[in-house]
Unconditional design. Structure first.
Length: 364
């Protein structure tokens, strides 16, 4: 009989072979994500439909701005924990909370996933203290609709009755939000970035639970008129995007790839954490910083001692305490390498200002 050791051998197969997302931030060739993933767990299967067949918008400009050109070598240096947690979220169809200090690339992870897996434009929901679940799902411009209906009535010579076609164009006044657009029924999921969740009202996490569990939501303004208008065309969060909503219900077929960024400034409810996966993203190391500079500015140059020294100094200042963002290193490397940049005499003083710790900035 085989030795019954206490060590868990884990899943069979080559190490890392299960990973659909590899952390390169470069587009993968081959089958779409829907064909690469195994079936969803039974408790995470959704039956929204009919499936939309229109092309998902692309945003190469935004991907390049965030990640650098796709053909750059070493475009991203992802940790094993990041790769495993992103792939676990993809397999389990669960939201992924990405925690860590500001400026370490939490938001860029959503763009890296979407570009590598060919999932199109990232839908972004920036959170504020006033954000509500409804804002993320859809907006209804009731005032605009009443005003236009009244204007049409004046043109027709009557101000006492609504315009005859006022009900037909109700969809013109409904705009799906980023979360609402992400839940439209598609074969492959969309990527949704819920950014800076720390800023939200305490109730938002609880309000999201039902949508995350059910994968659908209701638009009451359309549900009320479903007997007369069973299908209504509304606007989506994509530029110039529209879609048809049946009976006022939007239900997903593939649960979206949801990334929720947090700086860890406050605790999240246990019920919310139970329905999500959690990635604690550490500050980037020297190799990851070098990869970021290579992706954004130029190909790697092993002989560039100036870049090596800059990264070393940046890490030393970070370890000394406080919070530094990777963008601060990117800014300094750009100024160091452009032909018309600062002279050597002013460089040290400028660098001190560029690398001011985030917790030092402000009145005081």
């Amino acid at each position: 009989m085989a030795d019954q050791g206490t060590d868990d051998p884990g899943p069979a197969g080559d190490e890392g072979a299960w990973r659909v997302y590899r952390g390169t931030a470069r587009p993968q060739a081959g089958a779409p994500l829907a064909q690469l993933l195994p079936p969803a767990p039974p408790w995470r299967r959704f039956s929204g439909g009919p499936l939309l067949t229109d092309q998902v918008p692309q945003d190469g400009t935004e991907f390049t701005r965030r990640l650098g050109p796709p053909d750059r070598a070493q475009a991203r240096a992802a940790s094993d924990e990041e790769l495993d947690m992103v792939n676990a979220a993809l397999f389990l169809r669960r939201p992924l909370i990405v925690a860590g200090p500001p400026g370490i690339g939490k938001s860029s992870l959503a763009h890296a996933i979407s570009r590598e897996l060919g999932l199109g434009r990232v839908l972004r929901w920036p959170i504020t203290s006033r954000s509500t679940l409804k804002e993320g799902l859809y907006a209804y411009d009731a005032i605009g609709r009443v005003q236009e209906s009244a204007a049409l009535g004046v043109l027709r010579g009557t101000t006492t009755e609504p315009a005859p076609d006022s009900m037909q164009n109700i969809g013109e006044y409904i705009q799906l939000g980023p979360l609402g657009t992400a839940l439209l029924p598609r074969e492959s999921p969309r990527v949704l970035l819920i950014d800076e969740f720390d800023k939200s009202d305490m109730d938002l996490a609880s309000d999201l639970l039902s949508v995350f569990e059910e994968g659908e939501y209701r638009i009451p303004e359309l549900a009320r008129v479903r007997s007369r208008l069973p299908d209504v065309t509304v606007h989506t969060d994509d530029p110039d995007g529209t879609t048809q909503v049946h009976h006022g219900i939007v239900s997903c077929a593939a649960f979206p790839v949801v990334l929720i960024t947090t700086n860890g400034e406050r605790a999240l409810p246990p019920a919310f954490l139970r329905r999500c996966l959690y990635l604690d993203m550490p500050a980037p190391d020297a190799d990851q910083l070098a990869a970021m500079l290579t992706a954004q500015l130029s190909q790697a140059d092993d002989g560039d001692e100036g870049r090596t020294e800059l990264i070393r100094g940046f890490l030393a200042r970070s370890l000394a305490g406080g919070t530094l963002a990777a963008d601060q290193l990117l800014n300094s490397e750009y100024l160091r390498t452009i032909p018309s940049g600062p002279d050597e005499r002013s460089w040290t003083k400028l660098l001190h200002s560029l690398w001011r710790r985030l917790d030092e900035v402000g009145p005081g």
